[in-house]
Design a protein around this ligand. Structure first.
Ligand code: PEP
Ligand code: MN
Length: 338
């Protein structure tokens, strides 16, 4: 249930109303937006008399929320959430690009890729240190050393870093990481989601390979229920029946659908969605055109020798050419340019 308050309601009146809700054992979510103030109620709202609530002087309207996701719901928070990472803002209408290799492989590799993607206009650096691999015999990442190298690349370039966390026990190692990624394989690892809900750090939450949009939002809700509301959603392709030519199926309709349902920013990963470098540019342009808030793209200085996901990695030159076209698409659709 939400209560939309009348414009001009003062803080004391809001506090009183919130206290009243708390006396029913409810949790509240206050959203003070540019145009409206909304109090969202979480818990057993059956004891609240909606007619009584609506009759209060300061209440404009009352609405029941049928969706199971509450804090992530746009009805609870009508204004878009803007996640800030240093100077980068995700969700404010700009179009930041996170770029970098699938995995951190060496100091030279990560620093070189960081420098080239920065020169081409990327706003953040990605790179896996702990890698979720389908086979236990494949490269598992450089782990703690990989995190150190990412921090060195950050020091060299100033780019904030995004990297995947797979195990809550590793959280202390991630203290200086700017954005923690929860990958497709862990998107419903609820214990892990609860742990990162306790952090006050941006989380990039990827959709699972067979995850519905509602499930994605419920996973975001797990993080937000702990008090961490800095969640960025990421569509990275879902599994369907035809994987002969694409690794997954990129569900771009997720962007406008999620835009309606949630206030959280939504970015696209065209690399894992398609599995092929030649498909990354067209899908990125489409993502920019359909209103995504940004991209996360794999770029490698030497894709042929990449330890992981070389086939879907752009070269720095390809990335620079794509970034240029993206600027033009953003201009054409009327959104602010990178
Ligand atoms: C990744 O970003 O490196 C990754 C493993 O992605 P996903 O979880 O989407 O497969
Ligand atoms: Mn990868």
């Amino acid at each position: 249930m939400i209560a939309v308050l009348k414009p001009g309601t003062d803080k004391e009146q809001i506090d009183n109303l919130i206290e009243w809700f708390h006396s029913y054992g409810l949790r509240t979510n206050l959203s003070e937006g540019e145009f409206s103030t909304v109090i969202g109620l979480i818990g057993d709202v059956s004891r609240v008399d909606a007619d009584l609530l609506e009759s209060l002087e300061i209440v404009e309207s009352v609405m029941r929320i049928s969706e199971p996701f509450k804090k992530a719901n746009r009805k609870f928070h009508p204004d878009a959430t803007v996640v800030e990472v240093g100077d980068v803002r995700i969700g404010d209408g700009s179009f930041p690009i996170i770029a970098g290799p699938c995995s951190v492989e060496s100091r030279e590799q990560i620093v070189s890729v960081a420098r080239s993607v920065k020169a081409a206009g990327a706003s953040m650096l990605r790179g896996g240190a702990f890698k979720p691999r389908t086979s236990p015999y494949d490269f598992q990442g450089m782990k703690a050393e990989g995190l150190e190298l990412l921090l060195e690349a950050k020091k060299e370039t100033g780019l904030p870093i995004v990297t995947e966390l797979m195990n809550a026990e590793h959280i202390p190692l991630f203290a200086d990481v700017d954005v923690i990624q929860i990958g497709a394989r862990n998107f419903q690892n609820f214990e892990l989601l609860k742990e990162i809900g306790e952090l006050r750090k941006p989380i990039l939450l990827k959709r699972g390979i067979s995850g519905t949009l509602k499930e994605l939002l419920m996973s975001a809700e797990y993080i937000m229920a702990g008090g961490n509301d800095q969640v960025i959603l990421c569509e990275r392709g879902i599994r369907s029946y035809d994987s002969d030519y694409t690794r997954n199926v990129l569900d771009l309709s997720a962007v406008p659908v999620l835009r309606r349902l949630t206030h959280l920013p939504i970015i696209i990963d065209p690399s894992h969605a398609t599995g092929h470098s030649y498909l990354v540019e067209p899908m990125s342009l489409a993502a920019a055109a359909c209103g995504a808030d940004g991209l996360i793209v794999e770029v490698h200085n030497d894709p042929q020798r990449a330890k992981c996901d070389g086939a879907q990695s752009l070269t720095p030159e390809q990335f620079a050419a794509m970034a240029d076209k993206l600027r033009r698409v953003r201009e054409a659709v009327g959104g602010p340019v990178v």
